[in-house]
Design a protein around this ligand. Structure first.
Ligand code: ZN
Ligand code: ZN
Length: 363
């Protein structure tokens, strides 16, 4: 059962069609989650989004009678995590009315994110790069999984950061081991048609080694390796560093290869310097996918390099690099770029079914 459905009202006369005649039947939690999803997808300030996510977390476990009492008494804002605007949404949804805030977002923000790439997007079955609140993401693991299910995905690889990336609360081997138990627990609560897969975005250290124990890397389903430090290294050293990481038999995906930032509130950053031909040839030889990072502020690799990787015979992975559930929809941006570059969908590993993906990643 999708999580948005848990608050459906029970009496038949209260069940009205979603969004028609101003009616809304999915209930307060679904309304709050949908608002948060659309705000994240539109790259809104996390502070704004958090208000709706924490309100949903407060309402979800509440007995129906308690919530009804607070709605009737107008005391929702006395509850932890519920501010004025979430209280309004809860009240409207509780009464079976389409919340005004949600109606506006559906009107203004729910359309396709990118004008192109729709055919390719429809062939994408999963996502190989995502973060939860265990590292620098904003939502719990299960919320990321539920949203991926709602988006029709067959699988999602959870790839929180590795220990060296302290600013992002990178996971030690011990925390990663605990996370793997949580992933197992989430999967046992699902019906098997969707799989949350075990992964990591592992830092490529200065010498090209990977920032996690080999024993832990061996326990994962998919490993994305990325450079996050010393991006301004001289080209020969950076090339050696990246080629060494790509040749590591544990590496499956080379994450955001240039590290550039083209827009957004983190400012801009030039692409790092390396010999792209040498790096992409190593990817092709070692069956490592070049990531097409879909985040609008990254658009990595740049188009010229994307075309070079295409001509070098590389595999690709179109990744959202989502740090919030709504950002899982970013795949539309990567699909548009891959389609424009004329990349054969069968060379994009996340158009593959999970079993084929897992066989490739653990060959
Ligand atoms: Zn990264
Ligand atoms: Zn990432």
């Amino acid at each position: 059962m999708p999580p948005g459905r848990v608050w459906r009202k029970e009496t038949p006369e209260e069940i009205v069609a979603d969004g028609t005649e101003g009616g809304y039947a999915a209930g307060p939690v679904a309304a709050l989650r949908r608002i948060a999803f659309l705000l994240e997808r539109a790259r809104e300030d996390t502070f704004k989004v958090k208000a709706f996510r924490s309100a949903a977390a407060t309402v979800l476990p509440m007995p129906a009678a308690d919530l009804a009492a607070h709605v009737e008494a107008g005391t929702l804002t006395d509850l932890p995590g519920i501010g004025k605007s979430s209280a309004r949404v809860i009240t409207e949804a509780w009464h079976g009315r389409m919340p005004e805030r949600l109606a506006r977002l559906e009107r203004e923000q729910a359309g396709p994110l990118a004008p192109g790439g729709a055919d390719l997007l429809a062939r994408i079955r999963g996502d190989l790069h995502s973060h939860s609140d265990w590292s620098d993401g904003g939502s719990p693991i299960e919320e990321m999984a539920f949203t991926a299910i709602e988006l029709g995905r067959d699988y999602l690889v959870l790839t929180d950061h590795s220990p060296r990336l302290k600013v992002a609360r990178g996971l030690s081997a011990e925390r990663l081991a605990r996370q793997l138990d949580v992933v197992d627990a989430v999967n046992t609560h699902l019906d098997g048609s969707f799989r949350l897969l075990k992964g990591i975005e592992v830092d490529i250290l200065d010498d090209g080694s990977l920032d996690q124990t080999d024993a832990m890397l061996a326990r994962l389903d998919v490993r994305v390796a990325s450079v996050h430090s010393k991006l301004a290294m001289e080209s020969p050293a950076m090339t050696r560093r990246m080629v060494t990481a790509v040749r590591n038999p544990r590496t499956n995906v080379l994450g955001h290869c240039t590290g550039r930032l083209v827009t957004g509130n983190r400012g801009t950053r030039n692409q790092s310097q390396f010999d792209p031909r040498a790096v992409f040839e190593a990817c092709a030889e070692n069956d490592v996918a070049v990531e097409i990072n879909s985040r609008p502020e990254r658009r990595d690799p740049p188009t010229k390099l994307l075309e070079l990787a295409r001509d070098t015979g590389c595999l690709f992975s179109i990744d959202s690099d989502a740090h919030a559930p709504g950002q899982l929809d970013f795949l539309a941006y990567g699909a548009e770029r891959a389609e424009a570059a004329g990349i054969d969908p069968d060379r994009i590993v996340n158009t593959w079914p999970a079993d084929r993906l897992l066989a490739w990643a653990n060959r």
